[in-house]
Design a protein around this ligand. Structure first.
Ligand code: NAD
Length: 462
């Protein structure tokens, strides 16, 4: 057990203002592995003051200079990749291979993409008799969830720094150790004091203090829709900029002409990955009634293969929540095909990969975000029915469409109310905008769209 003290504020680890700590638990064996300080309003205030003081010089640093620091940050993350992957496994429970390839690999690519964008983006443009300057919004309060502990941080901090903003980060309670390693990497990259600051702490204390701080210009939040709604209300009351990346309930639409086995196998793998703790996971599989039974059989076979390879959920509360959803699904009439709510192991917050069939669109498991390895398979009659079901939730974060013909899949995807759609298993693109329609959020992350969230325009007329 390691007791960490200090917050990374103004370029150094400084003692926390209060005595309280947060215990970090390994979800695979339920052991406390570390403690970190639980930040207070005073810690947040000190961090925001440091970020404000550092803003003029960082904003005035030429883009090439900011790009050089971001390249150094990417390199510092690469140098620590094994340590970061081990830490993600320890505090989130991610299987080691997933930790290496996705939890570390993806943010390294994203950090590199922002080093490049900082160097190449046109921060000035001409229109008619005007020059338009794209200037940093100012001090950013970044609040992140635990499900991708490094990616969620990099997806906010890298574009903010590329834009010339300074940042105070409040990471999730469950995964503060990865955030501490990120702060070490920032330090090693020679990013000037105060440009990036870290305050660990509880959401309703440190997170809320950051969102409400009058000297924070933009709040960028990723997490649940319930908390996002509050943060949006606070920010709009203070006329602050806000970006919200919230929940999802994505549809995997398998059109009748699709390669069914491939669509089902990829769909099951998608829901299984990260133990289902992915906001964009395709947790609703939509299959035409003529191919429904075959699809359920294929899903059951695919799910059975994963068995022991699936990691635990992040904490006991999440495990109970997910088990409750499985029970509710069965109580409302869904058919349990594989998995179930019983604990598959004595220790650790594990839930079996679960497939529910005969799910209808109004059931709780088809409407609410479960955030666990639970796949609901729904039946549709025709394409219009499929579209109604796909669009029939309050969310709109992601989705997938499969068809024999790419154009047919694209035509369907155009009618989906969602921010990102994978066509016939199209791969993740770190430069493509990511974010939600409807209650899945406001704003976009990644690529050039992620950068412009942190910019505001000034026009000079000549
Ligand atoms: P959460 O909303 O409970 O917490 C997210 C962050 O907000 C944490 O750092 C937490 O400490 C902080 N927080 C909590 N209460 C707060 C308050 N009152 N004021 C300020 N900050 C507060 O979410 P979670 O359980 O950590 O993450 C799971 C949720 O995140 C899921 O709903 C998931 O869909 C969503 N998510 C969305 C995306 C996306 O990109 N759209 C990505 C990942 C996760």
């Amino acid at each position: 057990m390691k007791a960490h003290d200090g917050m990374y504020i103004d370029g150094a680890w400084r003692p926390a203002a209060g005595p309280d700590v947060i215990e970090v638990v390994n979800p695979a064996d339920e052991q406390v592995i570390a403690t970190v300080p639980a930040g207070t309003v005073e810690d947040v205030d000190a961090a925001v003051r440091a970020a404000r003081a550092a803003l003029p010089a960082w904003a005035a640093t030429p883009p090439a200079g900011r790009a050089a620091r971001l390249t150094a940050l990417r390199d510092a993350l690469v140098a620590r990749q094994d340590e970061i992957a081990r830490t993600v496994t320890a505090e989130l429970g991610a299987p080691p291979k997933l930790a290496q390839t996705v939890h570390v690999g993806m943010p390294v690519v994203v950090a590199g993409s922002y080093a490049e964008l900082a160097a190449t983006y046109a921060f000035e443009e001409r229109t008619g008799n005007s020059t338009v300057l794209h200037e940093p919004v100012g001090v950013v309060g970044a609040i992140t969830p635990w499900n991708y502990p490094l990616h969620q941080v990099v997806a906010k901090v890298a574009p903010a720094l590329a834009a010339g903003c300074t940042v105070v980060l409040k990471p999730a309670e469950d995964t503060p150790l990865t955030a501490r390693l990120f702060a070490e990497a920032v330090h090693e990259a020679g990013i000037p004091a105060g440009v990036f600051n870290l305050v660990t702490g509880l959401g309703p204390v440190a997170g809320q203090a950051l969102a409400e701080h009058p000297d924070v210009d933009l709040v960028s939040f990723t997490g649940s829709t319930a908390v996002g709604r509050r943060i949006g209300a606070t920010a709009s009351g203070m006329v602050k900029r806000v970006a919200l990346e919230l929940g999802g309930k994505s549809a995997n639409v398998i059109l009748p002409s699709a390669d069914l086995a491939r669509a089902v196998n990829v769909g099951v793998a998608n829901v299984m990955s990260n133990s289902g703790q992915t906001c964009s996971a395709w947790t609703r599989m939509l299959v035409h009634r003529n191919r429904y039974d075959e699809a359920v059989e294929l899903a059951a076979a695919a799910a059975a293969k994963y068995g022991e390879r699936i990691g635990p959920l992040v904490n006991a509360g999440q495990r109970e929540r997910v088990r409750g959803y499985i029970e509710k699904g069965v109580a409302e009439g869904a058919r349990l095909v594989v998995g179930g709510s019983e604990a598959p192991r004595e220790k650790g917050y594990f839930v079996s990969l679960t497939v529910l069939a005969d799910v209808t669109p109004e059931m709780t498991v088809a409407q609410e975000e479960i955030f666990g390895p639970v796949l609901s398979v729904l039946r549709y009659d025709d394409e219009e029915d499929a579209l109604r079901i796909a669009n029939g939730t309050v969310y709109g974060l992601a989705g997938a469409v499969w068809a024999g013909d790419e154009a047919e899949a694209v035509a369907f995807a155009r009618r989906m109310d969602t921010g990102q759609v994978d066509i016939n298993g199209g791969g993740f693109n770190p430069l493509a905008p990511f974010g939600g329609y409807k209650q899945s959020g406001v704003g976009r992350e990644l690529g050039v769209h992620g950068l412009t969230e942190y910019l505001q325009t000034k026009s000079l007329q000549f």
